[in-house]
Design a protein around this ligand. Structure first.
Ligand code: ZN
Length: 357
């Protein structure tokens, strides 16, 4: 562009003019202090909305990590009981104070969620329980309590753990046997604008927006979680980032871990689509295939699983005709999954063990 001095001066005059422009009406007086109070209210509402979604992911995710354990390799199996716990030191930093308030977190370990069909749920653990003692020892306490708790639980093979918990001021004893599970961790990011889910070899991650959308129907969270688990279980991504033994269901904590491991950066850069990491289409089809087995093993009604891809197509219409990208089209996914559902039902009806071909 050839900006002559005259044009520049005109431009400056113009900018000065609009810079000085004022609304003509008189606005009601604005109270900044009230605005600061309102920020706190809004952040609490956001934190509670995130938490509701996170708990949904945790309950379904733990179900699949435990009950689809046969899909994970031996070296990817650890022991667990199926509780998701937190102290006041856990959770994403920008909403930690709000989560502490909503969940009554303290230095003691608090149960945040229990996985569907997991030993903890069956033994009677409930959200809000404070864990006081484990196997006659004082339970871990304070800033490292979360990781210390999972250290105690993950190592012990098929062990019956005796817990003393405090529920509404009353001490209760709960005995629960540990069970095998896939080791992978999971988290729900705070990203409410990106529509994304991915697996990086250690974690299963959902963006908040994706998780909220998935939570609208019965099988959504479970299906995507199972798909991402299949990527991790089958080493679809060769993870060079970290050998950290991630995952013992410490989702709230893992969110912080993930950030320190640089996962957040990948996450932000991945664009607005599901599993946008570059797997081949074959890997995607394999993950879809295995996801149906994982769902069936975890007690979900797989009849509706193919329909998920119709709903996804409505939400992301560019995926209907997608060709040559990193993902199969939603039409291909629908057709293939229908076939897989038939295969799984045939095995169930024949009384065969539910393992993929
Ligand atoms: Zn995928």
């Amino acid at each position: 562009m050839n900006n002559t001095p005259a044009v520049k001066i005109l431009l400056i005059v113009f900018l000065l003019f609009i810079g000085c422009a004022q609304p003509q009406g008189t606005l009601p007086q604005y109270n900044q202090q009230l605005s600061i109070e309102e920020q706190k209210i809004q952040n609490q509402l956001f934190a509670d909305s995130w938490l509701k979604t996170y708990i949904d992911v945790s309950e379904n995710g733990l179900n699949i990590l435990f009950n689809a354990v046969d899909l994970c390799r031996d070296e990817d199996q650890i022991y667990g009981i199926g509780v998701d716990i937190a102290t006041r030191y856990d959770g994403p930093e920008s909403i930690r104070a709000e989560l502490t308030k909503s969940l009554f977190l303290s230095d003691e370990i608090t149960v945040v969620a229990t996985g569907i069909n997991t030993p903890a749920r069956i033994a009677g653990f409930k959200k809000g329980d404070k864990i006081i003692k484990i196997n006659n020892m004082s339970a871990p306490y304070g800033i490292d309590a979360n990781s210390e708790f999972y250290k105690i639980i993950r190592e012990a093979e098929n062990k019956i753990h005796k817990f003393v918990i405090n529920r509404d001021g009353q001490d209760l004893i709960i005995e629960v046997g540990s069970k095998k599970r896939c080791r992978f961790g999971f988290f729900v990011d705070l990203d409410n604008s990106t529509f994304n889910a991915f697996a990086d070899g250690n974690y299963i991650a959902l963006s908040l927006r994706m998780a909220k959308w998935l939570a609208q129907d019965e099988i959504g969270i479970a299906l995507v979680f199972a798909h991402e688990l299949a990527h991790n279980a089958n080493r679809h991504i060769d993870d060079k980032k970290t050998n950290m033994q991630a995952g013992a269901g410490v989702g709230l904590l893992l969110d912080i871990f993930a950030r320190s491991q640089g996962v957040q950066t990948d996450f932000m850069n991945m664009g607005a689509n599901m599993g946008a990491m570059s797997y081949s289409i074959d890997y995607e089809n394999e993950a879809d295939y295995l996801s149906i087995y994982a769902l069936a093993l975890s007690g979900y009604d797989i009849n509706d699983a193919a329909n998920f891809w119709r709903r996804f197509a409505v939400e992301v219409p560019s995926s209907i005709y997608s060709k040559g990208g990193s993902h199969p089209s939603t039409s291909e996914r629908f057709v293939r999954i229908e076939k897989t559902i038939k295969e799984v039902y045939a095995k169930i009806n024949n009384g065969e063990k539910l393992l993929p071909n």
